[in-house]
Every structure is written in C-alpha cells, then in structure tokens.
Write a protein that binds this ligand. Structure first.
Ligand code: SF4
Length: 273
C-alpha cells in the first residue's frame, strides 16, 4: 500500500511539473525543489531516464568539453537518447587529440546531434585577430571563444546538463542535482547528474562500459582544456594545476555571474571546461 501511495505521489508530482512546463517556458526555484524531491533516492540512470523520456525538463542540451571524464555523462545520456543535443565549444585552440576524441565518442556513442560552437568571426577579427589573446588576456579570450558562443546557443534551451561533480571543488560539494540558473530571467534549469559520483565510481563506470579515455590523460593531463592554456600536472599536484598555469585564473568564466552578453549564463555554471 505504501508503495502504491508513493507511486501515486510521484505521478501527481510529475503531472504538476508537466503542467508547469506546458504553461510556462522555463522553471522556477520551486520546480527545482520539486524535481530534487521527486528524484531523491533514484540512481542517476533512473533519474535521467525519467527526465529525458518524459520531457520533464523541456528542451535539454548536454554541455561537454570532451575532456578527461566526459565519456561517462555522454554514455549515460546516449543510452537513453542519442539525439539529445551535445554542445562542444570549438574554440579553435583545442589539442588535435581532443578533436579526435570528440569524433571518436560521437561515433562510438552514436551521438546524432553534436554541435561544435565556434566564436563569432566578426568578434574574433575585432578582438583577437592575431589569435594570441590567450597570451595576454585569457579572460577576454575565454569570453570570445567560450562564454559568448555558449550563451547564444543555450538561449534556445530550457535546461542544460553539466558534468560537475562534488569532489572537484569545495564549492560544489553541496550542489543539488537540480538548480535554477538565477542569472537567466526565464529560469533555465541546470542539471548535475554526476554531482554525487566519486572518482572511484567514475573509474568503475569507465571500465564497466569499456569507454575510451582521452589520449592525453595517460600523458599526464588529468584536466584538459585549450592547448595554449593546458600543461602537464606533476604527481601530487592538484588535477587542475595545469590549467592557465602562471595565471590567477582557474575557470574559463562560463560559470561566473554577470557574464557577458546580458549575463545569460548562470552563476557557478561550469560544464567542466
Ligand atoms: S582556455 Fe585559453 S585558448 Fe581557450 S578560450 Fe580560454 S584563454 Fe582562450
């Protein structure tokens, strides 16, 4: 009887959320709370399966860097729906290995809607004609090549799926699975399916599903971004120590509040670039 009551409760909750989606384009804080409650105790695959198959999050995109751990999230999503749009920021500065890995995963996982987002050519010409802005203004370079193209593309979606994990940083430890991007007036939903995954669970998943690894991981790059801004990491160093080495910069800026282009990206947004 208790199970039946719970089942009815879940159906009612799902209906309420559907009603909300049908009548409003985006989400509220209350919707995020309801979704966290609805999927409390569900494992990641169950949660994603319900979410994507029942359309509870509206139009959803996965944001992926095709970096060191990206295969896990992409595999989870592709098992449910390989046609979910996957957004990749093609900055023009990636390692050739990353581009090859992107193509390998697209093929291997059967991703049918991989979108490589490129910077606005006019903006590049005006602000980084030499292609060397990373060398004297990495924030400005990330803005042109990552932040703005992603903001533009995400404007067409109700929700984004990130690969953030709690163990990556103290600021992420208590993040919920569902959040609202408060910097977007329409209330875009942000989904963190791997937020409670440990490094061991991720490693086990990779082995269990025989997922290919980014080739640079074995060469000493545990965190991989654009080639000019990524260096090898010595044993015992923080995994992200090789990112923007020598600069007071640890993130590309797409998670920062009040970003460019009308602040259309959420605070703390970071799809692990
Ligand atoms: S990571 Fe480096 S090269 Fe890539 S967009 Fe940012 S500053 Fe530019």
């Amino acid at each position: 009887m208790a199970a039946r009551r719970f089942g009815l409760f879940v159906m009612a909750e799902e209906q309420r959320i559907r009603d909300r989606i049908d009548t409003g384009p985006r989400f509220s804080e209350a919707d995020a709370v309801r979704l966290n409650r609805l999927f409390h105790g569900n494992d990641t695959h169950e949660m994603l399966n319900s979410l994507l198959k029942d359309g509870l999050a509206g139009d959803v995109a996965v944001v992926s860097s095709f970096g060191a751990e990206s295969a896990v999230l992409l595999h989870l999503v592709s098992q449910i729906d390989p046609s979910i749009p996957v957004l990749f920021l093609e900055t023009g500065k990636h390692f050739p290995e990353t581009l090859a890995y992107r193509d390998l995963l697209r093929e291997r996982l059967g991703l049918t809607d991989l979108r490589s987002l490129t910077p606005d050519p006019e903006l590049l010409k005006a602000k980084d004609e030499s292609g060397l802005r990373w060398n004297y203004d990495p924030d400005g370079c990330c803005d042109i090549r990552k932040v703005q193209p992603l903001a533009k593309e995400l404007a067409g979606f109700d929700a984004s799926i990130t690969g953030r994990k709690g163990f990556q940083a103290s600021t992420r430890v208590n993040l919920p699975r569902f959040e609202i991007d408060s910097s977007v007036a329409q209330g875009r939903l942000k989904i963190n399916p791997l937020i409670d995954w440990s490094p061991e669970v991720i490693a086990a998943y990779v082995v269990q599903h025989d997922l290919p690894q980014h080739p640079l991981v074995a060469l000493g790059y545990p965190s991989i971004g654009c080639s000019p801004c990524t260096s090898k990491v010595a044993e015992g160093e923080d995994p992200r120590a090789g990112r923007w080495r020598g600069w007071d910069k640890t993130e590309c800026g797409i998670h920062m509040p009040g970003g460019p282009e009308d602040g259309d990206l959420p605070p703390e947004f970071d799809p692990v670039f």
